[in-house]
Design a binder for this molecule. Sequence first.
Ligand SMILES: Cc1cc2nc3c(=O)[nH]c(=O)nc-3n(C[C@H](O)[C@H](O)[C@H](O)COP(=O)(O)OP(=O)(O)OC[C@H]3O[C@@H](n4cnc5c(N)ncnc54)[C@H](O)[C@@H]3O)c2cc1C
Length: 291
Amino acid sequence: MQVPDVFEYERASSVDDAIALLEKHGDEARLIAGGHSLLPMMKLRLAVPEVLIDINDLEGLDHIRIDGDEIAIGAMVRHAALLESALLAEHYPIFADAERVIADPLVRNRGTIGGSFCQGDPAEDLASVGTALRGSAVIRSSAGERTVPIREFHQGPYETAVGDAEMLVELRFPIRTHIGSAYAKVERRVGDWAVAAAGAFVQLDGDQIADVGIGLTAVGADGFTCPEAEDLLRGGPATPERFADAAQLCHDLCAPVTDQRGPEDYKRHLARELTRRVLHRATARARGEES
Ligand SMILES: Cc1cc2nc3c(=O)[nH]c(=O)nc-3n(C[C@H](O)[C@H](O)[C@H](O)COP(=O)(O)OP(=O)(O)OC[C@H]3O[C@@H](n4cnc5c(N)ncnc54)[C@H](O)[C@@H]3O)c2cc1C
């Protein structure tokens, strides 16, 4: 049986308390939210923290609400709440598309958006949702808060912009009009991590694409995205031919690796096909042709 190494356990009572505990225990401490990524890593001894700081009691981190011209999502919002949110369904159905294919109900009931972003797994689905939507991440320390574009949040596999004694407290997404969004994933079996996945939003001005965002998961895309494909689409008509050209760029510029989930060329093929599909679906939603 795989068991974690011995560790101390602290239960934070507030965000400030969690940050103070991080400062007190230094490098040897890790926050624990849903525990669905950290605990498996501890059982495999891939993570050996000496102190776990539990943040499940913290208040004020479980909101999904409109704040000015953005949607603000607290770091402790569970996957299940993202799946069920009427506010997100109205503005960004890409979240429900992604959440339906993240793990299983057990994981979705405990796992959090903050944990998903901070884990920084290259196959994390919400990372490419956030990248596609060009959201921002609010990070707090004892010195105050700073805001980082989600496109700069992931700095490499399992590396994020959250520094020592810092905590991710909120994700923010701009509210846009005349838009649709969508997410699609290929997995080997239900509940598995992505072989490849893609997400997109398309904002229309008549028949023209006013703005577009693309996110790519598990295909080694730099920063979970492909800005060249977005540049190609922005300012031109929303046609199947142009979607195919943009999807081809994603195929050419991503950098997947062959692993147990499939060969590199198959993942490239999926990056192209899934990007093409989500661009179509997001556009259909922007036109009110699909829910
Ligand atoms: C069987 C299984 C299948 C899964 N399938 C998928 C899948 O298909 N797609 C997918 O995207 N994910 C999948 N996951 C991962 C799941 O989404 C996790 O819940 C999520 O990745 C981590 O969230 P958590 O709240 O459990 O984080 P935890 O495990 O508690 O923490 C993860 C990391 O983030 C840090 N952390 C947590 N919260 C914060 C914070 N607020 N500020 C700073 N650091 C923080 C922790 O210290 C830790 O390093 C799967 C997990 C399992 C167990």
